[in-house]
Design a protein around this ligand. Structure first.
Ligand SMILES: N[C@@H](CCC(=O)N[C@@H](CS)C(=O)NCC(=O)O)C(=O)O
Length: 219
């Protein structure tokens, strides 16, 4: 297990892209120090932007290697490379690895990002909403749901029997997407996959830790 003092995760317990990395950390029981960033606090916000000026979390800081690693997929690649465990987050086989990365991108770009757009719009002040953008996001999510309904048929996890990076991405993406655009009865495969993700102990722990903050989730 990694020395928890050498890895610091800048994150927020409610943030879906942070959930993705937390699942990866918990899967392999990698020790780390959680650093909760309150972006609403000007000092904390400024301090975080000195680490990663883009200002989006998660960001992993590895003191042992003197590396600052932003972007959830890159963090998971980094963990797979430097802090491996029983769960191979990225498959060893290059063809399988490419496929897993595509699925990771799919969940980020076509499920999580449209979900964020819909949620983000609820947080906008009156007069600043973007109904056209929200409708586009809903349409994209529906296409993604339909594609997943096909690709998940007969699979326990995104890549088959082995849990990995794509499932880390899928867990928060589908958890929240269903809240803003319900999967409904027409997506039984995706619904069942989402339930399996929620039952996975690593994601269950993430949801439990997010519980005290759920009242901040709009709607
Ligand atoms: N591409 C980034 C996206 C990260 C992201 O969007 N993080 C959200 C939280 S889930 C965030 O930091 N939002 C705060 C903001 O945009 O101000 C990743 O994969 O890590």
């Amino acid at each position: 297990m990694a020395d928890p003092t050498q890895l610091t995760l800048y994150y927020h317990p409610l943030a879906s892209f942070c959930h993705k990395v937390l699942v990866a950390l918990y899967e392999n029981e990698v020790g780390f120090t959680p650093h909760l960033v309150d972006l609403g606090d000007p000092d904390a916000n400024a301090a975080f932007k000195r680490i990663w000026p883009i200002g989006k979390f998660p960001v992993l800081r590895d003191e042992a290697r003197d590396r600052t690693v932003p972007e959830s997929s890159i963090i998971i690649e980094y963990l797979a490379q430097h802090y491996p465990g029983p769960v191979a987050l990225v498959p060893a086989d290059p063809e399988q690895a490419r496929e897993a990365r595509l699925k990771d991108r799919f969940f980020d770009l076509y499920v999580q990002e449209p979900m964020q757009k819909i949620v983000g719009d609820k947080l906008r002040p009156d007069g600043q909403h973007d109904p056209f953008g929200v409708a586009q996001a809903q349409a994209l999510l529906k296409v993604a749901y339909g594609m997943l309904e096909q690709t998940l048929a007969g699979r326990r996890w995104a890549m088959g029997e082995a849990f990995g990076i794509a499932d880390c991405a899928a867990a928060p993406a589908l958890y929240y997407a269903d809240l803003v655009l319900p999967l409904g009865a027409e997506h039984p495969q995706v619904n069942a996959y989402r339930s399996r993700l929620i039952d996975r102990p690593s994601f269950g722990r993430v949801l439990q830790e997010a519980e005290p903050y759920f009242h901040l989730f709009p709607g």
